[in-house]
Design a protein around this ligand. Structure first.
Ligand code: UDP
Length: 238
């Protein structure tokens, strides 16, 4: 018995860290290629898909600000980093035959489309995967919040958050071996227990607009398609 109804349209959040694979920096194109195949699998079933791509593998505003840079400038650099990742993901998706459009929250007319909500909706109706780049377009935000925002704007049935492990744990399972995984959580519980799966503004936005969040492992092959069938291991936040 699936824990959640069949999906019509979903938003997948991929972090920069996820695209980095085992590398210390930048993109692991083998990982990007594998993810493209996994996304295609879901796209082939007729589910409408959009993506929000992070940029932490290239540039993270907060840490640079801590290193002496002006926070707003650093954040703009972080947003530009997400555009690079978006172009890489677009490239690999199109190589496996998935039509895509990149839309940037910071207009860059010669590189990709600007973000236009109604146009993004239309692309998805036509079977294109829309890749949202440049986060929210504002400094002091994260791509997690951008993911929650776009999921609401696109009237998605769920926000799929790909992480390093197969759900939300009560402690870091890489550090605490006996950490327990939650099957289900409420938004409020995530906030109250300070479970750092997404930042609080993202959780609050999802909560206020009733968007369920499914947290699953980026490393488990076939996990994305399994979740879309209502199978596999993941934490459901709603
Ligand atoms: N960023 C921003 N506004 C946004 C989204 C992102 O300023 O709406 C900047 C911020 O500096 C952030 C960087 O872009 O550190 C990369 O995004 P994020 O850290 O969310 O990427 P991820 O952790 O998913 O790789």
């Amino acid at each position: 018995q699936p824990r959640i109804a069949p999906f019509r349209r979903v938003l997948l959040k991929l972090s920069g860290e996820g695209l980095m694979g085992k590398q210390a920096y930048g993109l692991d194109l083998e990982v990007v290629q594998r993810l493209a195949v996994e996304i295609k699998e879901v796209h082939d079933t007729g589910i409408e898909l959009c993506l929000v791509i992070g940029g932490g593998n290239i540039f993270r505003g907060v840490s640079r600000a801590a290193g002496g840079m002006d926070r707003t400038s650093a954040d703009y650099m972080g947003m530009l980093a997400t555009v690079m990742n978006a172009l890489a993901v677009q490239n690999f998706l199109e190589k496996v035959g998935v039509p895509t459009r990149v839309q940037s929250a910071i207009p860059m007319a010669t590189v990709c489309e600007p973000y236009v909500r109604r146009r993004a909706m239309r692309h998805m109706e036509k079977g294109r995967v829309v890749i949202f780049a440049a986060g929210t377009g504002n400094p002091f935000f994260t791509t997690d919040t951008a993911a929650a925002l776009r999921a609401v704007e696109m009237t998605c049935d769920a926000l799929l958050k790909a992480t390093q492990v197969d759900g939300v744990y009560d402690a870091d399972p890489k550090v605490v071996p006996e950490a327990r995984r939650f099957d289900d959580l409420s938004y409020t519980e995530v906030l109250r227990r300070d479970l750092r799966v997404m930042d609080t503004s993202a959780i609050a936005l999802a909560r206020d607009n009733g968007i369920p969040i499914l947290v699953f492992s980026l490393h488990q092959e076939g996990a994305l398609a399994a979740i879309m069938r209502g199978e596999g291991a993941y934490t459901l936040i709603r």
